[in-house]
Design a protein around this ligand. Sequence first.
Ligand SMILES: [Zn+2]
Length: 176
Amino acid sequence: MSIRIPTRLYTRLILTLGLLLIVSFTTSCANMGRWTQTIDPEEVSKEDLKDIPYEVTPEYNFKVSIAKNVPSNKKNILSNVDRQFRQFSRCYDLKDNGTEARKYMIAVVDGTFECKYHGGKCNGEFDPGAGLIIASFKAFNRKGTLPLLKHEWAHAYGILSSDHKNLKTVKKCTRY
Ligand SMILES: [Zn+2]
């Protein structure tokens, strides 16, 4: 024996289920913080970044300023910067102990930020004129924290050309 559901009720049921599905999708999207950052990059003012008080890393004495909304403590970030430079230095057999890199203040921002390149969205920027390296703490589609830092150092050391023509060969040390 089969139970017959009236067509009208059936249509309503499907409509309700559909609506529930849509609602659940939009709610999960709203929770994806990183999406918002990618779609809507953070505005950064280089003047402001230079004025933020900075810390100095224990090993290489790099100046590092950290934006307030970065979700990590200062100590972790500073040792992260030193560790990444140690790896970078070893990979390229650099002997300057960070002298070239020390010319630039590293400004750590939370996520993807506005810039002049890549359609206005960046996760790292080397700006020698401003004496700055801006680096996203977390970047969409990139592994780890401060994922573009080595890439920007490669620009600073002249290892990576500004047009990225040799990026393929550089990536073995910088990953991105
Ligand atoms: Zn680059």
